[in-house]
Design a protein around this ligand. Structure first.
Ligand SMILES: NC(=O)c1ccc[n+]([C@@H]2O[C@H](COP(=O)([O-])OP(=O)(O)OC[C@H]3O[C@@H](n4cnc5c(N)ncnc54)[C@H](OP(=O)(O)O)[C@@H]3O)[C@@H](O)[C@H]2O)c1
Length: 246
């Protein structure tokens, strides 16, 4: 039986991926801050699910992640789905800094912990859900887009580090477009909105293929391709007033 840890499985994309892995017979360890949500999900398949409440922004998160790995009996796949994001054109300091704390500090803490675990065990599969938002700086959501770029670059760096250290660690950076989850539950209209269960299906397929970067879905792959070609002097003038933060 294969074992996966998913951090950020109390809702949204992480929980949908967890459901698919359960159906495929995986044993999973899930984490997030909301203990009640973890317990409710565990009741759906008590023999296959281990839980651990943790907050990635807290210093004890790595220790709690180790506890969860131990309780699961080890892990072959680590998936980080925790993240927050908000539109913040007024640059509210609490929103910007909280986003950095979760998507940069928390991300680094648990991703490094997973990397060290796989290093010690001789290999594994380390996957994160970043976003297409890391492709360009988005004026409507500065911290969100910048922290997602950090995540993209961090995984690039770890991949090189693993190569330098001759480690058999595979990396997958998953970059979805707009997905209908709590993250976008702010009453705004989001174009090209995808269903979380469908996105999860694409994610599991990308994980099985050990894809290095998975932009989801095809429409967003095209969009990101063209975004990448837009020069900075045009980009700054573009009214990318996306009604959302992805
Ligand atoms: N929805 C989109 O359009 C979209 C698009 C591209 C990328 N993404 C990315 O996909 C990932 C999952 O988001 P989602 O759309 O599935 O939204 P979601 O339903 O809000 O899920 C976010 C998950 O992150 C966890 N989380 C948040 N802060 C945490 C913390 N400090 N410590 C531990 N866990 C924390 C939440 O659990 P608790 O609240 O229980 O802690 C929850 O399980 C995020 O990284 C997001 O940036 C989303």
């Amino acid at each position: 039986m294969k074992r996966a840890i998913i951090i950020g499985a109390t809702s949204g994309i992480g929980q949908e991926v967890a459901k698919i892995l359960l159906k495929e017979g995986w044993k999973i360890g899930i984490a997030g801050r909301r203990e009640a949500a973890l317990e409710a999900f565990q009741r759906t398949a008590p023999n296959q699910i281990e839980i651990q409440a943790l907050d990635v922004t807290q210093e004890d998160a790595a220790e709690k992640l180790h506890t969860l790995i131990e309780r699961l009996g080890g892990m072959e796949l680590f998936l980080l789905s925790s993240g927050i994001g908000f539109q913040n054109m007024n640059l509210r300091e609490d929103i910007e800094l909280n986003t950095v704390r979760t998507n940069v500090e928390g991300f680094t803490r648990v991703v490094d912990c997973a990397f060290s675990y796989f290093k010690e065990k001789g290999g594994g599969h380390l996957a994160v859900i970043s976003s297409i938002a890391g492709t360009k700086g988005l004026g409507v959501a500065p911290a969100y887009s910048a922290t997602k770029r950090f995540q993209n670059t961090y995984i690039d760096a770890l991949e090189q580090l693993a190569y330098m250290q001759k480690l058999a660690i595979h990396f997958t950076d998953i970059r979805p477009g707009f997905v209908a989850t709590d993250l976008l539950n702010d009453g705004k209209h989001y174009p090209m909105l995808m269903r979380a269960d469908k996105v999860a299906y694409d994610i599991v397929r990308a994980l099985k293929r050990k894809k290095r970067i998975a932009v989801i879905d095809t429409r967003y792959r095209v969009l990101v391709f063209f975004w990448g070609m837009i020069p900075r002097w045009i980009w700054k003038r573009m009214p990318v007033k996306t009604p959302g933060k992805t």
